[in-house]
Design a protein around this ligand. Structure first.
Ligand SMILES: [Zn+2]
Length: 108
């Protein structure tokens, strides 16, 4: 699956319990089409102490959510946007595709 989000992107959640919340993408899983976003879809996990003196107990971790439930927030205009692609010619003369904001056209 082709992913439009990248690690480090700020995204907004479009549906579900975390609708409207924003967070930074911590992990992208193209094979599942899922992303893990900081502070989003936090689930509690019970952890057993692994060694002596270890606390164990309950920890909160971010669960993966479907990438199509999030939209990238443009760092330039701060609006959630669909990702557009634009071909640009780099300094070395090679063409490459960059991700741009549909609102302001700035590179994401
Ligand atoms: Zn923008």
């Amino acid at each position: 699956m082709k992913m439009f989000v990248k690690t480090g992107d700020t995204v907004v959640v479009l549906s579900g319990n975390d609708k409207g919340k924003q967070g930074k993408v911590l992990e992208v899983s193209p094979s599942e089409g899922k992303v893990i976003v900081e502070g989003i879809h936090v689930v509690t996990k019970h952890v057993k102490p692994r060694k002596m003196g270890d606390q164990g107990g309950i920890v909160k971790v971010e669960g993966a959510i479907y990438a199509d439930k999030v939209q990238v927030v443009c760092p330039s205009c701060k609006k959630p946007t669909r990702v557009a692609h634009k071909a640009v010619v780099a300094d070395n003369g090679k063409k490459r595709s960059i991700r741009v904001c549909k609102h302001c056209g700035e590179e994401l």
